[in-house]
Design a protein around this ligand. Structure first.
Ligand code: ACO
Length: 313
């Protein structure tokens, strides 16, 4: 038995916040943001909760199919609606599904790869036939809109994939890892800590940048080795959308040409766990990949965490 991504969906809020809008909020410029990050605009929730966005993305991924067939829902998010119930339980309820096992995964921007790994493993070991894996974030709620070093980076949105048991193998391999000793370079405290509210994103961007490039390259190389593939076999690289300079450095070091690298962070910024599933959905809709294409996804985030996955669509 194999597991395959059979359909995808995504949702972003209508409200666009451009770099020029940000110039009115903090001491920054469109020129600084564009050259340092590649981001031009991002979407900001106008009241949609993380589970609302996750549900919209899921409905699109389900493409009219009965949500009751879903036996497992895994949501990757660092910005859940509530401590509990999980965002996955809220999505289950909004989809009017009554049978899926449902839970959230916390691995910051690597969350979607961790969620895919978890769902894939559970499906194989427990014989589950159909699952929903979602990355959904409302980062606009946890950035300090007075801190120009972080508020310019993030956006809101959600992406979802339907995983199904299949005769052909669609999930070719993973490489995952974590190093908690870097935890203080990128984090959002919460009620279990001794830090005072408000709980905003704290990031030492420059230090994160260097580790991100090195770690993403190493992880991508390991997954290629595990799957006996070379960069030439990859039809599309979908890196986590944090910074176009990170993306270019990773692609260059892997020897993957720019035309095979998906970038949409100019329009959405960093949507954390949602960035890869939103990108995959867009790449499919734009016809950049299709059934049979081989896609390498690679992510890096708070923890530090990292993860890569090769899929055949
Ligand atoms: N506008 C104008 N100036 C700014 C801004 C801004 N928005 N932000 C910072 N600056 C200034 C700084 O104050 C600094 O000024 P100084 O030289 O006078 O001290 C200067 O610009 C350079 O700052 P750096 O932090 O060194 O800039 P850098 O080139 O590193 O870019 C950035 C910063 C974009 C944050 C980059 O470091 C980055 O992308 N880091 C990685 C982020 C990432 O990948 N995160 C992981 C995923 S996120 C997750 O897991 C939730």
């Amino acid at each position: 038995m194999g597991i395959k991504i059979v359909s995808t969906g995504s949702y972003v809020p209508d409200r666009v916040l451009t770099n020029f809008d940000l110039e009115k909020i903090v001491d920054t410029s469109d020129e600084w943001i564009t050259t340092r990050t590649g981001i031009r605009e991002r979407r900001i929730s106008e009241g949609e909760t993380t589970s609302d966005m996750a549900t919209e993305a899921s409905l699109k991924a389900l493409k009219g199919k009965n949500p009751d067939e879903i036996e497992l829902i895994v949501v990757a998010t660092a910005t859940p609606d509530a401590f509990f119930p999980s965002t996955a339980c809220k999505v289950q309820s909004k989809l009017e599904n009554r049978k899926a096992v449902a839970f959230d995964i916390s691995a910051a921007c690597t969350g979607f790869i961790y969620a895919l790994y978890t769902a894939d493993s559970i499906m194989r070991s427990k014989g589950i036939k159909k699952a929903l894996v979602i990355g959904a974030e409302r980062f606009s709620k946890i950035v300090n809109w007075k801190d120009r070093t972080t508020c310019i980076l993030f956006g809101d949105g959600a992406g979802a994939v339907v995983l199904k048991e299949s005769e052909e193998e669609g999930i070719l391999g993973f490489d995952l890892g974590a190093d908690g000793s870097f935890g203080n370079l990128l984090y959002v405290p919460s009620v279990g800590s001794n830090e005072e509210y408000p709980f905003y994103v704290r990031m030492r961007g420059n230090e994160v940048f260097k580790v991100a490039v090195r770690t993403m390259v190493e992880s991508a190389k390991r997954v290629l080795e595990k799957t006996s593939l070379s960069p030439k076999d990859i039809d599309l690289l979908i890196p986590h959308q944090a910074n176009v300079r990170i993306i270019n450095a990773v692609a260059e070091r892997l020897g993957i040409e720019a035309s095979k690298v998906f970038v949409n962070l100019d329009r959405y910024g960093n949507t954390s766990a949602a960035s890869i599933p939103i990108a995959l959905d867009e790449a499919l809709r734009k016809g950049l990949v299709r059934e049979g294409s081989t896609v390498l996804m690679v992510a890096f985030g708070g923890g530090f965490t990292w993860g890569s996955c090769v899929v055949r669509l």
